[in-house]
Write a protein that binds this ligand. Sequence first.
Ligand SMILES: [Zn+2]
Length: 246
Amino acid sequence: MAVPTEPLYLKDAYLRECVALVVEAKDQRLRLDKTIFAPRSMEYGHPQAEDMGFFYTNHEQKGLAGGRIGDDGILHSVDGDLPDLWEIAQTTLYWERRHRLMRVHTAAHLLIQVLAGDRGIPVQFHKARSPSVRVDGGQLYVARDRFPRRDWPSVEAAVAARVEEDLPVRAFTLPRADATELVDPRFGDVGRVDPRHEDIRLIKIRGGPAIPCDGTLVRRTGEVGPFRLRGARRLEAARVLDFTLD
Ligand SMILES: [Zn+2]
């Protein structure tokens, strides 16, 4: 059994540097004993784009990407030669990229609150293989055949109001049965979380619902900044909403 990686990015999304131990290195991928690099994860149904950055081993700098989380845990991809097993790696995130992903991810949760909570519009993260939270913006799936442009300004204003309030954002975990009971199905579905997770991580923005999530979010909504809708593309009988941050 491989040594599991401690996902430091889930405990503190603001950690930008960390010294870690290489516990596996093969096929251009490496496993660390702990990591600040969030991989692209499908486990909660709304993948966030993977982190990027670099690491030093033996005074040599190499590129490191979040990679994937799969059946065998978190495997990061390395640009260049792999380090040796049990080497110490000084890892550093590209913070601007990560912080942008944190802002976009938090905006997605606010948009769910506005659409599903205030407007009663069924909404989900778009369950695509490509990330629904990216550096250039995010995507949500709305079970509606129309999302007319005249409705956009009021939705944008409702998200902006929550950003303006600078609400605290909190993460916590609950056993799956308790999380299933707590999560209002309008806002999320614990059933979509990979069944191997016995404990479910939840994100709650003050005044809003708990949403199952394994992403990295900002501490307070004020960090999100200006929010803008930029598209409502038809997909079968529904719409894929596109948003971005200015
Ligand atoms: Zn999330």
